[in-house]
Design a protein around this ligand. Structure first.
Ligand SMILES: Nc1ncnc2c1ncn2[C@@H]1O[C@H](COP(=O)(O)OP(=O)(O)OP(=O)(O)O)[C@@H](O)[C@H]1O
Length: 916
């Protein structure tokens, strides 16, 4: 604690009247309020000794969000000040919870020693400053980040007219990208990135608003004044940041892109309070624009999350075999933006294919990668001044692992285990691992190896992290300290003998430093004449008495001095090590990228081998030929559940040779949705560069994938199921082109039968005649199957089922031709509908199928003709000609003697036993 008054005590003892009335405020309250204003909409963590304290509204909000005690301290304007606090040593936990709850936090530290403040007068307040704003998009601590996901901060420049731009950065790893966007493409860009925080202009124009409204709730939107996006300022800021004269050095950027990049840089500078992370130069996303996949398609295909929001069960979880956080992040990048550039796709395929062949080598590579620290994130923390000795060690270990990987790969490249030349992409990654263009990492590694001790503290200021032998000055100071400690051990013996007290000890605490302690019963002896010159009394406790000696205090100050000197020396050495490391930031970041790339390729190779995936042929044709395709997720689920094998199915939509639209019919549960999705997923995997779950695959590059599978209510936006479905169908019919792949499942089912059928009918015709795309269309409207006679590129296929003992058995096989019927009622029985309901449904169905209800008159007849439901349930099945019943009818109970009655009963029993 700084010894000054607590801010809550300041106000006043009843004197302060207005916030702005500076005279009425104590110095500390004035300081607090000034800093509070700088914190804007963030909660202020105000450092007081070992705690971060929160006051006023901040305290109320934080206490509720963290479920911690809200107390009251002092008064302000006549009211008690609400207060809560979190301990400094565990504040990251609380911080993480607040950020997850959508808050931003300003961290205000004491930036001078309380002793310094005291020199200015006893009432002076320790200087405090905001050292950082913690926001969802600017996290760097491992404890606040998910190791396997990116943490993107994005900025949208949304001009009133024309195209805008979206820039995004991962502050924790230094990635920085920018791309042009329009209000139409913004949705799919944001869906692909899933930024944690998005900066937008304060009042974006109409079209942008709609796109922003459709954004997921995981993104925290931070509006900024329009001036924040000023192009001229942006250019200057970026040139300053990269220390270049003009941005041309990094490529050509549109004005809007520069504005978005500038806003992003300004916000990072603002939140990191002047310290910038090691941002890589800005770049446009991967060569060969990405395949467009809009937000609804991503959700319906469950690419990174299931519709329930879990990672488990998503495509990403099913194919992720990476062993490092950086690898997992890169894989999700690949999935966010599958490529359309055929060469780029082939380069990835080559690398994976090479690693598929190199099985033992792949095992070694993965083992090493698994033990490699996350160097991109360690580097970023160091650049922001938020790192520690362990981050330096992480870089040392990461770079060492990279070197070992290179040795392995070189061995393989030189032909030892493999004949094929190593894929170009892997060779490039190897150059990055060794920093070949930057002269290698040998010097830096030598330095770090020599400098760092074996056991490292988390924080540099705890000291003790520089290895002995690295710095003679430090060793000497440490020697003095250690020597003094040895002398103290000797003194203890000496004092014991002099005083004749065996139980005498020399101990240490933070208040007294070193002191002599003896049991309280010796107090008189030690304070008595023979010893009073030697032992100077310091403290008497219940059980012990404590003394110092001139010699001991001398040694104590020497130890303190040498500890301070050693720490100061270590801090200087630490700064120097950071500087030398950060001088290689670009090369280290490239090395981290190389490691991530090898991890992704090795992971996909592992997947290909383990799950029997095949390398697809991707070219610029209009082919879509999947032989023996499987659903990557359902296949694994079925195998895990021990439900037998997944049944592979072919899909041929090649435009030139085959019908390019398939109308898929078949009963519920027969596997229509699975078949539809699996083909879209195979296309996405193929264009990510991955191998695919099939026997053979040939895909002419697809520029957009659209998938609508089972629309659901979007009540939050005031849209019914049907409305959602229509909006989404409209988007497809308006946007799909001849290179698109469209997957539509049961369009029109959310409304009256005839309306739904008509809409599905018209949509199918539109896809065929206007969009001319490749597509799969699943429906329960059997009437649509007739369309194939009119539309030459439309083919009917159906999911096969067999009936066995009155039940339906799903074969999960796709066959040519339409389904014969729906089997809906049979599926209802399988699902456990009460047998009365099943029987009743069967009756209704038979009449409907006989065509007796084509009009409302027919419907009335149906209602009249069919027995009432309750009657249907209650009425027992007639058993007219049962011999037992006949025998019963013949009995005249009044004419039977008791014995005859008993015999009749036995006879009846016998008849029923015979099944009569
Ligand atoms: N090819 C297959 N091999 C093995 N099991 C499969 C296959 N396809 C689907 N299944 C299994 O059948 C279940 C139902 O599949 P799916 O949801 O695709 O049916 P559907 O025809 O779309 O049904 P609905 O019309 O009710 O939506 C899946 O969850 C899966 O377990």
């Amino acid at each position: 604690m700084d010894g000054s008054a607590h801010p809550s005590e300041i106000g006043d003892k009843g004197k302060a009247t207005a916030l702005k009335d500076a005279k009425a405020l104590t110095p500390m309250m004035a300081q607090y309020l000034e800093i509070r204003e700088q914190a804007g909409d963030a909660l202020l963590f105000y450092r007081m000794g070992d705690f971060y304290e929160l006051f006023f509204d901040d305290a109320v909000k934080a206490a509720a969000a963290l479920d911690i005690t809200l107390t009251k301290r002092g008064q302000h304007q006549g009211e008690a000040i609400p207060m809560c606090g979190v301990p400094h040593h565990s504040h990251e936990n609380y911080l993480a919870r607040l950020i997850r709850a959508g808050f931003k936090v300003a961290i205000c530290e004491q930036t001078e020693d309380p002793a310094e403040a005291k020199k200015r007068g006893s009432k002076s307040v320790v200087r405090r400053e905001i050292v950082r704003f913690v926001t969802p998009g600017t996290l760097t601590e491992d404890s606040l980040l998910e190791a396997r996901s990116h943490n993107f901060l994005a900025a949208l420049h949304a001009p009133r007219t024309g195209a805008g731009a979206l820039a995004w950065a991962d502050v924790s790893s230094g990635e920085l990208c920018v791309a042009s966007v329009t209000a139409e493409t913004l949705g799919s860009q944001l869906a692909a990135l899933a930024p944690k925080e998005l900066l937008t202009p304060e009042a974006p124009g109409g079209d942008w608003v709609a796109a922003l409204d459709a954004m997921g709730e995981e993104t925290c939107v931070t509006p900024q004044a329009r001036t924040f996006f000023d192009v001229a300022n942006a250019e200057e800021r970026l040139c300053d940041l990269y220390k270049v004269q003009a941005l041309d050095a990094f490529g050509t950027f549109a004005r809007s892109e520069i504005a978005a990049l500038g806003a992003l840089a300004a916000y990072i500078e603002l939140t990191q309070v002047g310290r910038m992370p090691a941002l890589k130069p800005p770049r446009h996303p991967a060569r060969g624009a990405a395949m467009a996949i809009d937000a609804v398609t991503r959700t319906s295909l469950e690419l990174t999350r299931t519709q329930r929001g879990d990672r488990d069960g998503s495509l990403l979880a099913a194919i992720d075999r990476t062993v490092s956080g950086a690898g997992a992040r890169l894989l999700s990048d690949w999935m966010a933006g599958p490529l359309t550039d055929i060469d780029a796709i082939r380069r990835r395929q080559q690398a994976i294919a090479w690693l598929v062949e190199a099985r033992p080598l792949r095992g070694d590579i993965r083992e090493r990668l698994a033990a490699t620290p996350d160097i991109a994130r360690a580097l970023s923390r160091l650049a922001l001044g938020r790192g520690g000795p362990r981050d330096l060690a992480a870089l040392r270990d990461g770079l060492t692992a990279a070197r070992e990987l290179c040795v392995l790969l070189h061995g393989a490249a030189e032909g030892a285990p493999l004949d094929a030349p190593m894929a170009e992409m892997l060779q490039e990654a190897m150059c990055d691992l060794e920093a070949q263009s930057g002269g290698g990492f040998a010097d830096l590694l030598r330095l770090l190896n020599k400098a760092l001790a074996a056991d490292l503290p988390l924080l540099a200021r705890d000291g003790g992290f520089i290895a002995t032998g690295f710095d003679p000055g430090l060793d000497e100071t440490r020697g003095l300290r250690d020597n003094a400690r040895r002398i103290i051990a000797g003194l203890e013996d000496q004092y014991r003998q002099k005083a004749g007290i065996k139980a005498l000890k020399i101990k240490h605490n933070n208040v007294l430093g070193y002191f002599v302690e003896a049991p309280a019963s010796y107090a008189g002896t030690l304070m008595g004449a023979p010893h009073c010159d030697l032992f100077i009394h310091r403290q008497t406790l219940a059980n012990a008495v404590r003394f110092t000696t001139v010699e001991l205090s001398d040694l104590d100050s020497r130890i303190v001095r040498s500890r301070d000197t050693a720490l100061a020396r270590e801090m200087a050495l630490y700064r120097d090590l950071c500087e030398q490391t950060l001088a290689r930031a670009g090369d280290i970041a490239a090395c981290a990228d190389g490691l991530a790339l090898i991890d992704v390729c090795a992971g996909l190779a592992q997947l290909a081998e383990a799950q029997d995936y095949v390398r697809p042929q991707v070219d610029d044709s209009f082919a879509f030929e999947i032989i023996g395709g499987r659903h990557p997720v359902v296949e694994q689920t079925v195998a895990r559940a021990g439900e037998g094998a997944f049944i592979p199915n072919d899909c041929r939509l090649t435009r030139e040779d085959d019908p390019s639209l398939w109308l898929v019919t078949g009963p519920n549960m027969a596997g229509k949705s699975t078949f539809l999705r699996q083909n879209a997923l195979i296309a996405i995997l193929a264009q990510m560069g991955s191998f695919v779950p099939a026997k053979e695959a040939h895909i002419g590059v697809i520029d957009r994938v659209f998938s609508r599978v089972g629309a659901s209510d979007d009540l939050a936006r005031g849209r019914s199921t049907f409305m959602v479905e229509m909006v989404e169908t409209a988007a497809i019919l308006n946007q799909a082109g001849e290179r698109s792949l469209v997957v539509l499942d049961e369009i029109g089912r959310g409304t009256a039968t005839y309306d739904g059928l008509s809409i599905a009918w018209a949509a199918l015709e539109h896809l065929h005649e206007i969009n001319k795309c490749r597509g799969l269309f699943a429906t329960h409207y059997h009437e649509l199957t007739a369309l194939s006679s009119r539309l030459d590129r439309l083919a009917n296929v159906s999911m096969q089922v067999r009936e066995w003992k009155g039940d339906v058995v799903f074969l999960h096989e796709v066959a040519e031709g339409p389904a014969d019927r729906s089997y809906g009622v049979s599926v209802g029985r399988l699902a456990g509908l009460p047998s009365a309901v099943v029987a009743r449904a069967q009756e209704v169905l038979s009449l409907l199928e006989e065509g007796k209800v084509a009009s409302s008159a027919g419907l009335a007849t149906l209602v009249d003709d069919l027995p009432l439901f309750s009657a249907a349930v209650a009425r027992p099945k007639p058993v007219a000609d049962s011999p037992a019943l006949k025998a019963l009818a013949d009995i005249d109970p009044d004419s039977l003697s008791p014995r005859e009655a008993l015999e009749a009963l036995y006879a009846l029993k016998e008849l029923t036993r015979n099944g009569s």
